[in-house]
Design a protein around this ligand. Structure first.
Ligand SMILES: Nc1ncnc2c1ncn2[C@@H]1O[C@H](COP(=O)(O)OP(=O)(O)OP(=O)(O)O)[C@@H](O)[C@H]1O
Length: 537
């Protein structure tokens, strides 16, 4: 079972401690049950030895139950922490295009699936203790009443089969309800980020509430209720089979005199003691299915939590002893997208492009011609499907791609401005940052405080300017600006093309600018043009 593997991976010591202490708690509880039942039927009851023995097991039960709860809660908190770290690491290590394709599914995984796994693990102490109690008491009754036990074991087997039979149906509804979570998260995203559009359109707002939110939520509720009904039917029919079986046994015993009623009474008391822990254990099976569904959702995004074998050891690119007149060389590179929803296919390339060190290149092209895709390939975010990307003559592959990416700073149309990261931690960077804030006329709005910008509550154009400062402060060899100037007013466009880009060029930086501002193209060294995924000039 995957979850057990993850638990062991989390901490072997805690896992062993949790299992042992829970099992010992169960054994103590079965001894306590046995002592109570036996004392009722003992003619020469020795109160003194009963008190000592009972006291020992009673204390043992209490101490071990606390130890097992502590171990399991440390283990479950640890695994949640590790899952978050491991998922975040895997997301950052995973193939960028895979994550980009599954972007909508990442947030539900980080919240919903982790919660499901946590709740599954959280119940482990009662499940292990329950299982140990059931096995302990069962062992005792089999030893004491072998014939009678056979009938009860048969009944338990029937209960187990009933639970097992219901599992595929339970899982089906769990899967359906979990898949709908992805839609619900997307709906909430729309509700949060699309609040302007919703607020401005009465009809759309009503539609979104009634037809989108209510319908999806109702559909999910439907599957959750179905799942609960299946679980309830399975567990209640198990109880009914058990009760019916017991009643049949009572009738049979009284009719045949098969065993003494007092013996049967003791036997029955023992059996009744294990019904509750048995139901805890069988109930956990449906929980286990929910964990499986959650883990499957995680692996469907291309993230394998157990896979450590495929992490390639990163190596750094050589910066010395290399001819660096051509800094980036794209040789016959290709990329393609396939949109299954529209059965649409987009192909970029094959593209050959050599960029010299210190060049300022403008990349032009119509909407959808593939400029951003080419930029992502140049930045090493998309490994080419065919062809090769070279940096100073060195081919880029899985081992050096991370170092290659670090040679770039970029701004995208949809760049994200982190407001919780301290990165201006050096006096020179701070000085440069303050100069840039001045150049881009942001000093009245933003200051640099404690290594970061004082605010990100800005207009879209201002946010873009802050993003540009962030990129420049990275002080990398190559810069790529994807339509940075698109939403800037003419004044800031001029600052960008005539001051910022020229300063970077003077500092020997290589720059690729995706732009439609043809009036500034004479400030660059070269203009290249994309049309329908092909370089035409
Ligand atoms: N993640 C993606 N998955 C599938 N198809 C995509 C994806 N990104 C872009 N495309 C498709 O690839 C084509 C090229 O897109 P790209 O963003 O590279 O164009 P662009 O030239 O930058 O366009 P624009 O000027 O509108 O920003 C488009 O047809 C687009 O629909």
């Amino acid at each position: 079972m995957k979850i057990i593997k993850l638990l062991i991976q989390s901490s072997k010591l805690l896992f062993v401690l949790a299992v042992f202490s829970s099992a010992l708690t169960g054994i103590c509880s079965s001894f306590l049950i046995k002592m109570i039942v036996e004392s009722i039927n003992t003619e020469n009851f020795n109160a003194a030895s009963f008190q000592v023995e009972f006291g020992l097991f009673w204390v043992g039960y209490g101490v071990l139950a606390v130890v097992s709860s502590f171990a399991v809660s440390k283990l479950s908190q640890g695994i949640i922490h590790q899952l978050r770290i491991s998922l975040s690491t895997k997301i950052l290590q995973a193939d960028f295009s895979e994550i980009e394709r599954n972007q909508d599914r990442i947030f539900p995984i980080l919240t919903e699936d982790i919660k499901t796994i946590y709740h599954g693990i959280d119940r482990l102490p009662s499940v292990t203790t329950g299982l140990a109690t059931v096995l302990g008491v069962l062992g005792y009754i089999v030893y004491q009443h072998p014939t009678l036990s056979l009938a009860v074991l048969g009944l338990f087997l029937a209960v187990f089969i009933l639970t097992k039979l219901s599992l595929p149906l339970t899982r089906k509804y769990q899967e359906k309800s979990r898949v709908l979570w992805n839609d619900i998260f997307k709906i909430f995203e729309g509700l949060t980020y699309g609040i302007k559009e919703l607020s401005l359109n009465k009809k759309f707002k009503k539609f979104y509430l009634k037809e989108v939110i209510e319908k999806t939520s109702e559909e999910q509720n439907k599957y959750m209720v179905k799942e609960s009904v299946v679980v309830a039917i399975a567990s209640k029919s198990g109880d009914m089979v058990l009760l019916l079986g017991m009643a049949a046994l009572v009738v049979y015993i009284f009719a045949t005199g098969f065993v003494e009623p007092s013996v049967f009474g003791e036997f029955l008391t023992l059996v009744l003691f294990i019904i509750a822990p048995l139901s805890t254990v069988s109930g956990w099976f449906s929980n286990l299915k929910r964990i499986e569904v959650a883990l499957e959702q995680i692996s469907e995004t291309g993230i394998d939590l157990e896979d450590t074998a495929h992490v390639v050891k990163p190596i750094e690119l050589d910066e010395e002893n290399v001819a660096d007149d051509v800094i980036i060389d794209l040789v016959g590179v290709k990329h393609e997208y396939y949109n299954p929803d529209e059965d649409e296919h987009f192909e970029l390339g094959p593209i050959d492009l050599s960029i010299k060190k210190g060049e300022l290149i403008f990349l032009l092209g119509g909407n959808g011609s593939g400029k951003t895709t080419l930029a992502k390939m140049m930045l090493g975010l998309y490994p080419p499907k065919e062809g090769v990307v070279k940096y100073k003559g060195q081919s880029i592959d899985d081992s050096n791609r991370e170092d290659y990416r670090s040679k770039f700073a970029a701004t995208f149309v949809d760049s994200y401005l982190f407001d919780n990261v301290t990165h201006i931690d050096d006096a020179d960077v701070l000085k440069r940052g303050e100069e840039l804030l001045k150049t881009l006329e942001m000093t009245k709005k933003v200051r640099i405080e404690n290594g970061k910008f004082s605010t990100t509550r800005l207009s879209e154009g201002q946010k873009k300017r802050l993003g540009l400062i962030n990129a420049i402060l990275k002080d990398t060899e190559v810069y790529l600006f994807d339509e940075w100037a698109a939403n800037q007013d003419p004044h800031f466009k001029k600052i960008f093309y005539e001051t910022i880009l020229q300063d970077l060029k003077k500092a020997g930086k290589t720059i690729v600018v995706i732009s439609h501002d043809e009036q500034y193209f004479d400030r660059g060294d070269r203009v290249i043009k994309l049309m329908e995924g092909q370089l035409v000039s």
